[in-house]
Design a binder for this molecule. Structure first.
Ligand SMILES: [Zn+2]
Ligand SMILES: [Zn+2]
Ligand SMILES: [Zn+2]
Length: 260
């Protein structure tokens, strides 16, 4: 199983348009953060979690040649806006609809935002999409193309958002609260990816010190922080202040894990 960080930035991305701070002006490639997403290759299948506005650019960079399903954490625009660009994957081997997995609330929002893809009579060439509900009932894993995904429900301010565990890999982006019941699903993970926005407190995201505290409680052999704002500071400066088993993720980083 291989996981690639397609993007590790917060909703505006880094650099931020119009900003002249040292992070936005940095020449280090690790300070260039597209909107957050990961690509998971497992058992010959290919999945992305979320399709933000940078999806096309990310798929080109990583040469994503196959896409079997898209799994959504939540409906915020920085996680959904690139959905129209999945069209070429509809025509790889004949014509094939792409399965989108998400909470019913998230799928309803996709239907509104991409209404043209769900009309009874579609304009030729629109994305071909099947909506697959993740009816979150607390504990049960779901199977996507034969791969087990365990949904983990967390809070993003008051919005319930899903994270996912696949074998030894757990991915939770937009979060500022994880209940003890959901923590049980995360314990024992080999690699944890967790959202950490910036140093200052925020209404809907863990800040750096809160994320470190949660990561240390889970105590995975390796934790990567993602969904990072320019306010976090320079990658190299911040990364060296973190405990040994916690790192800042960066765009293009790849992790290999055993198949689940
Ligand atoms: Zn987000
Ligand atoms: Zn900046
Ligand atoms: Zn969000």
């Amino acid at each position: 199983m291989q996981v690639t960080f397609l993007g590790t930035g917060t909703s505006a991305g880094v650099p931020v348009l119009t900003c002249r701070c040292e992070v936005c002006n940095s020449l280090d490639f690790r300070d260039k953060r597209l909107r957050v997403s990961v690509w998971i290759e497992v058992n010959g299948k290919s999945f992305v979690i979320d399709t933000g506005p940078d999806f096309r650019q990310q798929a080109l960079r990583e040469r994503i040649a196959q896409l079997d399903a898209i799994i959504y954490t939540h409906e915020h625009k920085d996680h959904t806006a690139g959905l129209d660009d999945v069209r070429p994957y509809n025509y790889l081997n004949g014509i094939r609809h792409l399965n989108l997995y998400g909470h019913p609330r998230v799928l309803n929002q996709l239907k509104k935002e991409f209404a043209y893809a769900f009309e009874d009579i579609k304009y030729p060439g629109v994305p071909l999409l099947n909506l697959q509900e993740i009816a979150f009932d607390g504990a049960k894993p779901i199977y996507i193309e034969g791969v087990e995904f365990t949904p983990i429900q967390v809070l993003h301010h008051r919005l319930p958002v899903l994270g996912f565990r696949v074998g030894g890999f757990t991915y939770i982006t937009d979060v500022n609260f994880i209940s003890e019941k959901e923590m049980e699903k995360i314990y024992g993970t080999e690699v944890l990816v967790l959202g950490a926005l910036q140093h200052e407190p925020h209404i809907s995201h863990f800040n750096l010190s809160q994320a470190v505290e949660v990561a240390q409680k889970i105590n995975a052999p390796l934790t990567y922080f993602t969904h990072i704002s320019h306010k976090m500071g320079l990658h190299t400066e911040v990364d060296k202040t973190l405990p040994d088993n916690i790192r800042l993720a960066y765009d293009g980083l790849k992790i290999r894990l055993p198949n689940p």
